[in-house]
Design a protein around this ligand. Structure first.
Ligand SMILES: Cc1ncc(COP(=O)(O)O)c(C=O)c1O
Length: 443
């Protein structure tokens, strides 16, 4: 890797030999050398960085290089890496045991806080990942309505359960495998896909299959084709159609929850979903997911009701306390507003840079997530996102990395800001973006 070309307090990139050695070893041991696909850098080429530590908004790789981080473990670390309060709470809690497989008080505390913060959630069940949350929410929608089919949107990603790996975004889109082999045709046949931000397409799906549709699952702001907001009135239409047709509306807020607004996307757009799925921020960097919603629906979940779902480590005290501490910090007066203002500032500077360089690329932004799309076309759905120049994004990603800025290693992912990003981080990032765009666009 080349040295940084800009004036900065961040130290010079010294090379990434140790990461490369580790990746060579890892590839012999793990498929693609990783435990989750996008981190392999397949979307941008080159060798992934192996991370030694993180503090606040910064990461250090095993070679000692320092980066400003806009991945934040793909969203959970909204108050920064190794936040002292989270670390202290986890350490204190661990001294009393890591998991009991029996109820513990922290589960009740986190459930109470989640119900207070998420308007559509009256009852909640904790699980260990976003995938478990969405998979369970679909089962619940089927159990509640007695119907079999679900609707999802092309380019949305809801984790890797079979029914949801159809026209999926995120890593599946990055790697060009939106419909995974191994998903049986009978499962695939129960998933109907329609384009995002397209009301007539959803109406047509209900016209064709309405009596069989148990639920519609949607990322209210898509993060998994890059950041794509709903058009004005779109979510209202989705709510109206599902209500009229007796299907449940499932807001997948695994990414948007506590990120686009403290009270989630449903508060930002004033929509009342039947079920909500959560993940990422709710666990503060430890493995947590959750699904919740209206009491009469949630009471179908075992042991209150007949729909079975369980988890050995669900609600474990370490994960609960990390989530509680993170949400508690975010909810402190002024904290979320500060995060919004800082993100607005960064996005404003990026747009200004594009304007100055006469580049007509798109910056989409909602709350603390944003994406710079390398396309001239406004991005409202997967067809628009697919027009991006992914090769140029890859070159930009590496040009930013050389300047000490770690962005999402795929065009089809959102970048995340957090409360630890400082004014200096934002200035450095904007300056780096200016130089990197000039370099890769030849302007
Ligand atoms: C919207 C959404 N739903 C579900 C998931 C799956 O969550 P997990 O990776 O924790 O299984 C993700 C992951 O990125 C997501 O972005």
């Amino acid at each position: 890797m080349n040295a940084r070309t800009m004036d900065s307090k961040l130290k010079q990139i010294k090379g990434t030999g140790k990461s490369e050695e580790l990746f060579a070893r890892a590839k012999e041991l793990m498929p693609g050398g990783v435990n989750s696909p996008v981190r392999s850098f397949r979307g941008v080429g080159g060798s992934p960085l192996f991370i030694a530590r993180g503090a606040g908004s910064h990461l250090w790789d095993v070679d000692g290089n320092e980066y400003i981080d806009y991945v934040g473990s793909w969203g959970p670390l909204i108050i920064g890496h190794s936040h002292p309060d989270v670390i202290a709470a986890v350490q204190r809690t661990a001294e009393n045991g890591t998991s009991f497989g029996a109820p513990n008080p922290l589960e009740v505390d986190l459930a109470e806080l989640v119900i207070k913060l998420v308007p559509g959630v009256e009852m909640v069940r904790m699980v260990n990942s976003g995938t478990e949350a969405t998979m369970s929410a679909l089962r619940l929608a089927r159990a509640y309505t007695g119907r079999n089919k679900i609707v999802k949107f092309i380019g949305c990603y809801h984790g890797h359960s079979d029914a949801l790996l159809i026209k999926a975004g995120s890593g599946a889109a990055t790697l060009g495998i939106p419909d995974s082999p191994g998903v049986t045709p009978s499962v695939a046949a129960t998933t109907i896909t329609v384009p995002f931000n397209d009301v007539p397409a959803l109406e047509a799906a209900f016209k064709a299959d309405g009596k069989d549709i148990a639920g519609v699952i949607i990322e209210p702001v898509v993060g998994n084709m890059g950041t794509v907001p709903p058009k004005p009135g779109y979510l209202e239409a989705v709510r109206r159609i599902t209500r009229d047709q007796g299907a449940l509306l499932i807001f997948d807020e695994v990414m948007t929850g506590f990120r686009v607004a403290l009270n989630c996307a449903q508060s930002l757009y004033n929509i009342d979903p039947d079920l909500t799925t959560l993940g990422k921020v709710i666990g503060g960097g430890l493995p947590v997911g959750a699904y919740g919603g209206k009491r009469k629906i949630m009471e179908m979940v075992a042991p209150a009701g007949p729909m079975y779902q369980a988890g050995t480590l669900s609600g474990n005290p370490l994960a609960m306390v990390a989530g509680l501490t993170t949400l508690g910090k975010l909810a402190e007066p002024g904290v979320f507003e500060g995060l919004m203002a800082r993100t607005d500032e960064l996005v404003g500077l990026l747009r200004e840079t594009l304007h100055r360089l006469k580049l007509n690329y798109q910056v989409n932004h909602v709350g603390a997530m944003f994406t710079l799309f390398f396309t001239d076309r406004p991005v409202w759905n997967w067809d628009d996102a697919a027009t991006c120049d992914t090769k140029r994004y890859a070159a930009f990603f590496h040009a930013m990395l050389r300047r000490g800025v770690y962005l999402a290693p795929s065009q089809f992912e959102a970048c995340f800001t957090g409360t630890a990003h400082s004014a200096e981080d934002i200035d450095h990032t904007a300056q780096a973006a200016h130089e990197a765009l000039k370099e890769v666009c030849g302007c």
